[in-house]
Design a protein around this ligand. Structure first.
Ligand code: ADP
Ligand code: MG
Length: 727
């Protein structure tokens, strides 16, 4: 029977190889193997570079034997053979105990694979797997020039076994070109000058030059981007066909009351996005929109106005925050703004208004039951809670709009769960202050429409940031505390943020960190809130009113302290990153971040957004042990130098090595993305998005492209669909 892309590998390869490939590399069909691309290519004359490998890494190198030395072992019986292999100036040591390899002769070429070990500080391979080229092959000039593919390998499937298996398929009888059906529409391929699939596969597995590799990879990336974008376009189309409930604007209601009560003028951006939302809410297709805007750009009021419109139209609106502190703050703020209109049914409430209900896990049983009843029976028009609200099976009388605040990991699955609430899916608005690079918006959030608030409300003082390098300029640290004292003396307040809570503290509030600082283990433990609090209170900030805020406090305690800070009963709040998102105290003007190098770029930007939310200028001081010329030091300098969130988001992607969010998420995933990079392939992804949208908009859709349809279906049913959850 003819071999096709769907043929199981067990039918074309040896049983043992096929089994190992399936178990260890997740490769089951011809298609899987052909899409298992080389990690890199080796060429004779290139250096064996062991500088980059870590002990414990599994690596494959192409090298020549330099010396072979066998001697009896000193303390034990038997022999030890040490072989030095190398190429160019690079070299490495292989050791074998009680084993001789007749073919391991000086000048022989081979590939060596193993797990990097260490002996007396020197990296080495013990008993590596080897594939020695015979001398005929060795003298073959073709081979000497060729690029040797190095594949992601596993314990029992070495790179050269994969290479041999692939070669077998590429040379398959009947012609390789016939084995491979190119799913990509011919005209699309022509339009973008892409290789055919058989040609691309041949070149990625058996290239002669790096140009071959590049052209092949370009075409194969197109496959990935196209299928991804077709999937997302299909989701958008399906969503557009879903029946929802129109919530048109009505005058004389809550929305007008909100507008009348606002203590400020809306910015132009807030007005424009507001119109966009108002229009979409009055359609009977559910809105699916992402609102992104710099920290402090005023997203909350935009959301509140949308919620008011829905309440005016007879529905309920839920606002979900990532933490209880934030949920409580939102509820408090909305109640204040609405006044009697937010207390319908209470003694001093306005019967024309609605009820604002806070529903969080920390409510006492009775209060909780009452709140749930208010929600289920429709008395609560505005429901504020944490994301858990959705999982806890809270019933709504008529949920019209869900606003998800400050959640940049709110993936497709959660959004789907949301849409399943109620008899008809509600409108959904996701808000984030983490600026989303364009590629992420086109992929992870690719099924949402995007609105952006670019402008900050006028009259903001702005934040200036500085790095305080403790070891290089110790005097600056004293100056930092002095600045805090000055601000407090002028009637302002300050945050001091630390990476950890206290002594034995677990990981609950730990920063995302892991910017890949090399010798993490040798560093002192990160500074802790409780220690810093004691130090400051006894020393540099003695006499000021200090308190702490962190994740180990009960929700009530947190709420009490946030409130005390908001009402200026506390001058300085020493906290973990619980203040990271959304906390809004306009009178706070200084933020001192301790061990700033332990925080991610976006996180620092978020933190800094907590100050200068009022009319006074803000100051953010990034205290660190990192030397200013170290990568961490430079990263901090970059954060201090710009307030452009989009630029920082990009820097974050780079430094956290998540440029391949998609790629990293799919490892082990058979239908996912392998070559596409969010950082490097922005144009390609954008173009594929346009092509995908147009393809689906045609009358026959994918009907004439069964290959593509099959790949889209495979991706859609991939129950893990994890690549869409990562951002
Ligand atoms: P974010 O977009 O980070 O969630 P918020 O919605 O918390 O920002 O708004 C930040 C602060 O700006 C709040 O104190 C809010 O009341 C205030 N604010 C919002 N819009 C305006 C405006 N148009 N003019 C002045 N202040 C505003
Ligand atoms: Mg906010």
């Amino acid at each position: 029977m003819a071999v096709t892309m769907q043929t199981p590998l067990s039918r074309v390869l040896g049983a043992k190889t096929a089994t190992s490939m399936a178990e260890q590399l997740n490769l089951e069909t011809v298609h899987d193997l052909l899409r298992h691309y080389p990690r890199r290519y080796a060429r004779r004359g290139e250096q064996v570079d062991l500088a980059d490998v870590q002990v414990g890494d599994r690596v494959t190198v192409l090298a020549q034997v330099r010396s072979v030395n066998t001697r009896p072992m000193l303390k034990k019986k038997g022999t030890l053979t040490e072989v030095v292999v190398g190429d160019g100036s690079g070299r490495m040591k292989l050791v074998f105990f009680n084993r001789r390899h007749a073919h391991l002769r000086v000048n022989a070429w081979g590939m060596f694979a193993g797990t990097v070990g260490e002996y007396r500080g020197e990296k080495q391979f013990a008993h590596p797997d080897m594939h020695l080229f015979d001398s005929a092959e060795d003298s073959d000039p073709e081979w000497a020039r060729a690029l040797i593919p190095i594949y992601p390998a596993s314990k029992d499937v070495s790179s050269w076994v994969i290479q041999k298996s692939v070669t077998l398929l590429l040379g398959a009888g009947g012609g390789f070109g016939e084995l491979v059906d190119d799913p990509m529409p011919e005209d699309l391929r022509a339009r973008h000058g892409l290789l055919s699939l058989p040609a691309a596969l041949l070149d990625i597995h058996r290239p002669t030059t790096y140009e071959d590799v590049e052209r092949a990879a370009h075409r194969l990336k197109w496959d990935e981007a196209l299928v991804l974008q077709l999937t997302l376009a299909a989701r958008r189309r399906a969503a557009a066909l879903e029946p929802g409930t129109a919530r048109p604007r009505r005058s004389g209601g809550l929305l007008d009351a909100v507008d009348a009560a606002l203590p400020f003028e809306l910015t132009e951006g807030q007005r424009a996005v507001g119109e966009e939302l108002a229009t979409e809410l009055s359609r009977d297709q559910p809105m699916h929109r992402l609102l992104q805007g710099e920290v402090g750009s005023g997203k909350t009021v935009v959301a509140l106005r949308a919620m008011a419109q829905v309440v005016d139209a007879g529905g309920q609106a839920a606002l979900l925050a990532p933490t209880e502190v934030l949920a409580a703050q939102h509820a408090r703020g909305i109640r204040e703004l609405l006044g009697p209109l937010g207390r319908a049914g209470e003694i001093d409430g306005d019967p024309a208004g609605t009820r604002v209900t806070l529903l969080t896990g920390s409510l006492k049983t009775a209060a909780r039951r009452e709140a749930r009843a208010d929600v289920a029976e429709g008395r609560a028009g505005i429901v504020v809670g944490t994301h858990a609200l959705l999982q806890e099976g809270v019933e709504f009388a008529d949920l019209g709009l869900v606003v998800v605040d400050e959640q940049h990991r709110f993936g497709v699955e959660q959004r789907d769960a949301l849409r399943a609430k109620g008899s008809r899916p509600p409108h959904v608005l996701v808000m984030t202050a983490t600026p989303i690079p364009r590629t992420v918006a086109m992929t992870v959030y690719g099924d949402l429409e995007v609105s952006t608030l670019r402008q900050l409300p006028s009259g903001r003082g702005g934040v200036s940031s500085s790095v305080v390098p403790q070891t290089e300029k110790p005097a600056w640290v004293d100056r930092a505390w002095q600045r805090v004292r000055e601000e407090v003396a002028a009637g302002r307040q300050a945050y001091v943020v630390c990476p950890r809570i206290g002594e034995e503290s677990g990981s609950d509030d730990e920063p995302e960190d892991a910017d890949g600082a090399p010798d993490e283990d040798q560093r002192r433990p990160p500074l802790a809130v409780l220690d810093v609090f004691e130090l400051l209170r006894a020393g540099p900030l003695a006499g000021l009113r200090l308190d702490v805020l962190h994740g180990r406090l009960t929700p009530e305690e947190k709420e009490v302290r946030m409130r005390a800070f908001a009402t200026r009963e506390i001058d300085v709040l020493v906290a973990t990153t619980v203040v990271e998102v959304g906390v809004d105290v306009p009178n706070a003007t200084v933020m001192v971040v301790m061990d700033a190098d332990r925080f991610g770029v976006s996180q620092l930007h978020q933190l800094r957004g907590r100050v200068a939310r009022g009319k006074h200028p803000g100051l953010c001081l990034l205290v660190t042990d990192a030397r200013s010329d170290s990568p961490s030091g430079q990263r901090l300098a970059a954060v201090a130098a710009t307030s452009d969130g989009f630029q920082l988001a990009r820097l974050d992607l780079e430094t956290r090595r998540e440029g391949d969010v998609l790629g990293a998420a799919q490892s082990g995933n058979r239908s996912g993305v392998k070559l596409l990079s969010l950082l490097e392939d922005e144009e390609l992804i954008a173009t594929a998005r346009i092509e995908a949208t147009e393809l689906l908009a045609t009358e026959r859709g994918l009907a004439d492209h069964p290959g593509l349809a099959a790949e889209v279906a495979a991706l859609a049913t991939d129950e893990r669909a994890e690549w869409l959850e990562k951002a």
